[in-house]
Structure formats: structure tokens, C-alpha cells
Design a protein around this ligand. Structure first.
Ligand SMILES: Nc1ncnc2c1ncn2[C@@H]1O[C@H](COP(=O)(O)OP(=O)(O)OP(=O)(O)O)[C@@H](O)[C@H]1O
Ligand SMILES: [Mg+2]
Length: 470
């Protein structure tokens, strides 16, 4: 049995909470109307969850939060607030409150938040060993950077990973949003569970609901068997909603319900399903602008933006370029069985001085191209300015590259898939003389998806325009 404390100066609210909690759960509830008595109470009793009003005479909800964090750091604090004071509630979540709920609330919502808080505590306890191991790590293995702006970012990731709070990652294309989302998951108490990414920009509107929520057999033409949705796959783990700005309005409503109440409906089913998920969303678009133009729901934005992680563009941290280049040189040396020692001074000067609109992804591909092209021990300017067509990562080379087989499985697989993408797309674009629509048709890919793969592999359709089709 878990113990809960509810703190509110309004007796009606305390009575309501008592009714909801005693009716629907077996938790033990203590209520307190006078926040001055909190200190004394905390000396006598430990609570798993504290629900506190934000505005009260005497101690405010923020004071309560601070006191509890100090005296009983494992207690989850949930802030109750009226809509008008949402900003302060968000501030409280940033200061370590588990979550907030807006008054008036549905009873399902309050019960869901309490269950989530308790789940989170249990996960944390089960993972003490893992957490200790993670806490020993001071840097994030894959995220390279040593500038103050990056160090602050690593620090933020460490802190945020330990909570279950929803995170919105913003930043230009290629700045590492997905990498940060994965780091947040792998450093969290949920790391033994799954990380499920979903790209809202590439899944056709007609099937996104069934992709996310699953469907039951016969719910529409083509639904020949029951299908699990990504939400179910991500249960107890993390769901990464990439390119969230592209989510259509109908789905925005459904997602909001999932975020607020942990509830959703499988397509074609009448019953309500529950999920316990940590949500991370990412976008390179300006969401406040999309809210103003009516394309994105403000309430959903608030729900997603509990914690904002903004990734700097490469221009904002040019001092990291040499470090990043060394990192990618090492990565691609291993992948292509090369031994390029370093980058020529000329090239490094050029790399630091030029603009990188595609940010780290663009820099990474430039180094990859260079590694493939270079014949000596140094990478020269001419090696990376060679056209994208020179990227010849033929699958036949795999057998010769024993390094690939001594890398961790996932890394090797990702690297190989990336090489496959480049090779496949180069060929299909070349056959179609750079005509993306034709190439998409021929390969059976959605045009948008092909564009995305092209962006990721830095292949430009223009490069193929001059080539004769095979
Ligand atoms: N700090 C970093 N250190 C090392 N590699 C990085 C870093 N940031 C990003 N990368 C690499 O850059 C590439 C792009 O990163 P990622 O896919 O996470 O970007 P993104 O912000 O999600 O881009 P988009 O908006 O286009 O989807 C990846 O190959 C990733 O591994
Ligand atoms: Mg991305």
C-alpha cells in the first residue's frame, strides 16, 4: 500500500480527493489543509506521493516542493493548479516536481498521474544498480562536444534523464535531436525497456492512427489481423515523436489524451487501453508560430514542452569542429578499414570557417566522403569536395572489412544500413536522372520519405541530373 499526502487550503478539494482515492485505489491518504503543519508531519511520516495546491496561504506549492525535495527526495510531488497559473506549474516541474494537473480535473487523470508517479518510483528502485552505474559516467559516450554550451547540455541531459518528464527537443536539422532523445532514454530508469521512434512527417495521414495505436482485425479494408501499435510497443519505455509539428489536428487531440490520461483507443475497438510511457518529441520547426497560425494545438504544446532542450547549431559551437572531425574520422576509419591519421591544416581551416547549414550531419558526411576518397594518411581538401556520387559503399566490400564484424552489433548494423541507403538511393536516382518522383515510384517509397533519406545521406538530386540513366 502506498501513502499519499494531499495538501490544499480548500476543504472541498481535499474531500474530493479523499473520495476519488478511496473509491478507486487502496492507497492510504493523509490530508492537510494548513501548510504550516507540513514540517512536523514530514518528521513523523514518509510519503510516496504528495499532491499539493500551488497557491495557498502560508507556504506555496513551490515551497512545499522545495521542502519535500530536501527532506524526502524520493517522494514524487504532483502540483495542482488552475489554468491561469500553468507557467508556475511548469516552473515547478523544472524544479523537480513529478508532474502537474490542472483544475478542474477528471478523476481518471488524477488516478493516472498517481499511478505513473508510483510506477516511476518502482522503476527507480528496481534500477538502483543500473542508475549507480550511469551516474558514474560523466560524459555521454556518443555525444561529442566540449564547448560550454555542450557541457551545459550534457548536464541538462543527465538531470532530465532521471525524471519521467516529457521533453521537447528543438534545433535545426542535423543538430543531434534524435541522438539526444536516445541518450535520454538510455540514461533513464526505463533503459531496459524499449525506445520507439516514430516519424510523424513520413507516415501517411491515413495510417498514422493505426501505426500509433494499433488496430483490430476487420476494422478497415486491409486489416486482416490484429496489429500492435507503437504505443503498445513502447509501454514502460520511451516513445520518441519525431517531427511532431507535422502531426495532423485529429491526431493532436488523440495524442493530448494519451499524454494527459495515459489512455487511447485501438482503431476499431471500443475499449480504452492504458499506457505508461515517457514521451520525447522533437521538431526543427517553430511551434509557437504554428500555434499562432492555428496549425498546432497550444494545450498539446504545453504538455510536450514541460522541459525544453534546445540544441545549438554547429555555427554556435565551431570550436567543437576539430573534436567532431576526429570522432568521425575514427568512426569511418573503422568502418571502411582505413587508417587516415588526421586532417590537413588547410582542410581543418576550411572546415572551421565554412557554414554548415546541415549541421553535424553534413559535417559527418563530408568526413565520410573524405575517408572513402583519401588515399594517403591525411585527409585533404580535395578529398571532401569530391561529388556525392563518389560515395561508393558497395555491399561487396563488407566481406573484406573485418572491422565491421568486431563492432558492437547495433553499431555495425546501423553503419551498414546507412551504407545501404546511400548506395540504393544513388542508384535509383541515377537510373532516373535525378527525378525524385520517378525514383520514389520505382522504389516503392513515399516521396517524402525518399527526400528524408536523401537528406540523411546528403545525396542531392541535382548531382544525378547530368548522368544518363542506365
Ligand atoms: N554531438 C554529437 N556528437 C556526435 N555525433 C553527433 C552529434 N550530434 C549529432 N551527431 C550525428 O549527426 C547526425 C545527425 O543527428 P540526428 O539525426 O540526431 O539529427 P536531428 O537533429 O534529428 O536531425 P533532423 O532534424 O534532420 O532529423 C547523426 O549521424 C548523429 O549521430
Ligand atoms: Mg531527426
Amino acid at each position: 500500500m502506498s501513502s499519499i499526502l494531499a495538501l490544499d487550503d480548500e476543504h472541498d478539494m481535499l474531500a474530493l480527493l479523499s473520495r476519488i482515492i478511496s473509491e478507486k485505489s487502496s492507497h492510504e491518504l493523509t490530508t492537510l489543509a494548513d501548510s504550516h503543519q507540513l514540517s512536523q508531519l514530514l518528521e513523523q511520516k514518509r510519503f510516496d506521493v504528495v499532491l499539493t495546491d500551488l497557491k495557498m496561504p502560508g507556504k506555496s506549492g513551490l515551497d512545499v516542493l522545495e521542502e519535500i525535495k530536501q527532506k524526502s527526495p524520493r517522494t514524487a510531488v504532483i502540483i495542482m493548479t488552475a489554468y491561469g497559473t500553468i507557467e508556475s506549474a511548469l516552473q515547478a516541474t523544472r524544479k523537480g516536481a513529478f508532474d502537474y494537473i490542472t483544475k478542474p480535473f477528471r478523476k481518471e487523470r488524477i488516478l493516472h498521474v498517481i499511478e505513473q508517479a508510483l510506477n516511476w518510483q518502482q522503476l527507480q528502485q528496481e534500477n538502483i544498480f543500473l542508475r549507480q552505474k550511469l551516474e558514474e559516467k560523466t560524459t555521454l559516450p556518443e555525444l561529442v562536444g566540449s564547448t560550454p554550451i555542450m557541457r551545459a547540455l550534457f548536464d541538462q541531459i543527465h538531470k532530465v534523464a532521471a525524471t519521467s518528464a516529457t521533453v521537447l527537443i528543438t534545433g535545426q536539422s542535423g543538430t543531434g535531436k534524435e541522438l539526444v532523445a536516445r541518450a535520454l532514454h538510455s540514461q533513464s530508469a526505463r533503459s531496459a525497456q524499449r525506445f520507439i521512434p516514430i516519424d510523424c512527417s513520413t507516415i501517411p495521414e491515413s495510417i498514422i492512427e493505426s501505426e500509433l495505436f494499433g488496430h483490430v482485425k476487420g476494422s478497415f479494408t486491409g486489416a486482416i489481423r490484429n496489429k500492435k501499435g507503437m504505443v503498445e510497443e513502447a509501454n514502460h519505455g520511451t516513445l520518441f515523436l519525431d517531427e511532431i509539428a507535422d502531426l495532423n489536428p485529429a491526431m493532436q487531440v488523440k495524442l493530448l489524451r494519451l499524454l494527459q490520461e495515459g489512455e487511447y483507443k485501438v482503431v476499431g475497438s471500443n475499449s480504452i487501453s492504458k499506457a505508461d510511457i515517457r514521451f520525447i518529441a522533437a521538431t526543427n520547426r517553430n511551434l509557437p508560430e504554428k500555434i499562432r497560425s492555428g496549425e498546432f494545438r497550444e494545450d498539446l504544446f504545453y504538455r510536450l514542452n514541460v522541459i525544453n532542450i534546445r540544441l545549438p547549431s554547429l555555427d554556435e559551437r565551431k570550436e567543437d569542429i576539430p573534436l567532431l572531425v576526429a570522432h568521425f574520422l575514427d568512426k569511418y576509419n573503422r568502418l571502411y578499414c582505413k587508417n587516415i591519421k588526421r586532417v590537413s591544416e588547410d582542410l581543418m581551416r576550411n572546415m572551421v570557417a565554412r557554414a554548415w547549414p546541415g549541421n553535424i550531419r553534413e559535417l559527418e558526411h563530408a568526413v565520410e566522403r573524405g575517408v572513402i576518397m583519401a588515399s594517403g594518411e591525411f585527409l585533404e581538401l580535395s578529398d571532401i569536395s569530391a561529388g556525392a556520387m563518389s560515395l561508393k559503399a558497395s555491399p561487396q566490400e563488407i566481406g573484406e572489412c573485418s572491422e565491421l564484424f568486431s563492432m558492437p552489433f547495433k553499431e555495425a548494423k546501423d553503419a551498414l544500413i546507412e551504407r545501404f541507403h546511400s548506395e540504393y538511393i544513388s542508384r535509383v536516382l541515377s537510373r532516373n536522372a535525378g527525378n525524385v518522383s520517378k525514383a520514389a515510384r520505382e522504389s516503392g517509397l513515399k516521396r517524402q520519405y525518399l527526400h528524408r533519406l536523401m537528406r540523411e545521406t546528403r545525396l542531392d538530386s541535382k548531382t544525378f541530373k547530368k548522368n544518363q540513366p542506365d
